[in-house]
Design a protein around this ligand. Sequence first.
Ligand code: ZN
Length: 302
Amino acid sequence: MKLLLIVGVLIFSNILFNSQAHAKLNVLTTTTDLRSLVAEVGGDKLTVESIAKGTQDPHFIEAKPSFMLKANRADLLVSVGLDLEIGWLPSVIQGARNPKITQGKKGFLEVGPLVKPLELTVGAITRAEGDVHPLGNPHVTLDPIRDGEIAVAIAERLGALDAPNGAYYLDTAKKFQARMLEKTSAWQKRLDKIAVKKVITYHKTLTYFLDRFGIQNVAILEPKPGIPPTSGHVLDVIGEIRAQKVPLILVENYFDPTVTQKIKQEVPTVRAETVPVAVDGASGMGSLENVIENLVKTIEGK
Ligand SMILES: [Zn+2]
């Protein structure tokens, strides 16, 4: 009798555990920024993982079988789109054999097209000379205002997949959005006080951040998105730095920063800084708020 009771309890707790485990949505994101937004919105109501690391260039990720396995188990796949992941995500989705997360299904969400992309290509889409931004700039998550909009879009989709928690998702997303609005005006006030109004970057990773805070991206060290700097192009950039008195070069930390040494030889007054540009891009960068705060601090020279 006692044994039966124990067995009964074990079976019951197993059913309970399984039903709870089953109820939680399993979300997979392409980038750590999206992972952090899903975690912000979903709290403990879901599990979420990202494919790329914050220290990796999200354009170039290897489509490993382990990612396909994760995608096979996902209820929702969140990506940026705008061709950011075009080099690897289609292979991951194909290898996953999970009909829930294919394009057009409820389990497939691309957030980039929903938040007014910048640098949209007019006319025919071109990948001429290896340009990796043929649909416009996909680095949308470095703008805190767009991050709020993305959080709300994620909440709406989570609610469509998990109706009982729909109100919770929307509530946490709206709270995050309000917090980002508040923080943005504080960041803007700080940046308004300092003299840096023009910067050079390596890739067009910071476009949305700089656009939000009114800082001009005078030139890019890559001659085209995805193409490493050539010596001729670097000379042109040096010319721009001199002509426009650009005080700061920001190099995203997954690119080779040595190109700035040559520039500093020519223009010793220019400051060159390497910056993490994604969640988990460096220690202490556990959220988009931390990443953006760090960018503001770096521009302030702190
Ligand atoms: Zn890019």
